[in-house]
Design a protein around this ligand. Structure first.
Ligand SMILES: *Cc1c(COP(=O)(O)O)cnc(C)c1O
Length: 393
């Protein structure tokens, strides 16, 4: 196999070809290496590998060829130096915390991040004396004034869930660096096909591969991407010791997910934009949240920062929970589930599911109304999606 520098290729090509090191069997498709350990040619080689003086596989908790192929491919696509795969998106975020935080440290986090990210920082890192302040994603002044001398990193998701607000990554990276902090971006909603946080100044990108990277709702996985130094010093030692490893089978599924990522994301975005415009025209709808709409507060920022507007939207009905549940229950085809990033369209009532554990006041402060519905727009025919929603509108 030729030694190709994949940095010279575009994302669509990297997604299909990078990472696979063909074996002596000359296979065309990436194999799954189901082996827990590897055999050394001598005691000396074993010693050199264990101490890191020689490259090569050691033990599949932290070295596996299928997982390595996934890591190499995703790092290239994100334009980061190195990627490490984890057993889930939460395990990836946990690894960043375990790698960087100690008692007395401080974190500034967007108020609009994945619910378990809030719980992880607040309840678990909080238990060990790490304090987290949560701020409005779209208010840079609030981010800056929350930073203290102990702040280690700023953490955000953009677009946010479920209100699809957009943060200015470049501006927040500048604020973070001015105060000697790192900026961590959860890039799950956009994936590298739509948004490249490193080009905007982010220091670490985290992923739940469970969503668009898989794309068909099959496996759980996650990843951390950063420069060599951060991975080598802070993330790899934790993965090797902590053991939240991605399985080779899941890596194999995610590798083929990446192959079609760019084309799927484009199709998700096309369907979502058309659905958002259509929803804005329907009676009974108070507001549609989608950055591709002129009515979205950060429409211009989204246009600048992303190549397309994403596959997730939300909307508020006239009324409350009763109207929202009625609409959800009236659909025939769309799946009632909280997962997103699937080829299947999914519908969720955030106030009673993903954000149901928040106190009503906290939910109101976050702007999540009882009439709010979130849709992860799939790749079914858009007219069928509209028809299904019309049943309850
Ligand atoms: C799902 C999700 C996570 C957590 O990922 P898991 O793979 O479910 O552990 C983190 N961030 C975002 C934005 C997500 O949607």
């Amino acid at each position: 196999m030729k030694d190709i520098n994949w940095n010279n290729y575009s994302l669509e090509t990297q997604a299909i070809r990078a990472g696979h090191k063909r074996t002596h069997e000359d296979e065309h498709s990436m194999p799954i290496f189901t082996t827990s350990s590897y055999v050394f040619k001598s005691a000396e080689q074993a010693a050199l590998r264990f101490t890191g003086q020689a490259a090569g596989n050691i033990y599949s908790r932290f070295t596996n060829p299928t997982v390595s192929a996934f890591q190499e491919r995703l790092a290239l696509m994100e334009k980061g130096e190195r990627c490490l795969a984890f057993s889930s998106g939460m395990a990836a975020i946990m690894a960043v915390g375990m790698g960087f935080l100690k008692t007395g440290d401080h974190v500034v986090c967007s108020r609009s991040v994945f619910g378990n990210t809030v719980l992880l920082l607040q309840n678990y890192f909080g238990k060990f004396g790490v304090k987290t302040d949560f701020v409005d994603l779209t208010d840079p002044a609030a981010w800056e004034s929350a930073i203290t001398s102990n702040t280690r990193f700023l953490f955000l998701e953009t677009p946010s869930n479920p209100l699809i607000e957009i943060a200015d990554i470049e501006l927040l990276a500048a604020i973070a660096h001015k105060h000697n902090c790192l900026l961590i971006v959860d890039n799950v909603f956009c994936t590298p096909a739509l948004q490249k946080p490193f080009e905007l100044g982010a220091d670490i990108v985290v992923h739940s591969a469970t969503k668009y990277i898989d794309g068909q709702g099959r496996c759980i996985g996650g990843a951390v991407i950063a420069c060599n130094e951060i991975i080598e010093k802070f993330i790899y030692p934790y993965l090797r010791t902590g053991g939240a490893t991605m399985s080779p089978f899941n890596a194999w599924v995610f590798l083929s997910g990446l192959e079609t990522l760019a084309i799927r994301m484009k199709a998700h975005c096309d369907n979502a934009l058309e659905l958002a415009k259509w929803l804005e025209q329907q009676a009974g709808i108070a507001k549609v949240h989608y950055p591709g709409l002129q009515s979205h507060a950060q429409h211009e920022l989204a246009k600048r920062q992303q190549s397309h507007f994403g596959g997730v939207l939300s909307f508020e009905l006239n009324g409350g929970k009763e109207q929202a549940w009625k609409l959800i229950d009236a659909t025939e085809m769309i799946s009632i589930t909280a997962n997103l990033g699937d080829v299947k369209t999914t519908i969720t009532h955030p106030a009673t599911t993903t954000h149901g554990r928040l106190a009503p006041e906290a939910r109101a402060a976050a702007g999540i109304k009882d009439s709010l519905i979130r849709i992860s727009v799939g790749l079914e025919n858009i007219e069928d999606i509209k028809k299904d929603l019309l049943k309850g509108l």
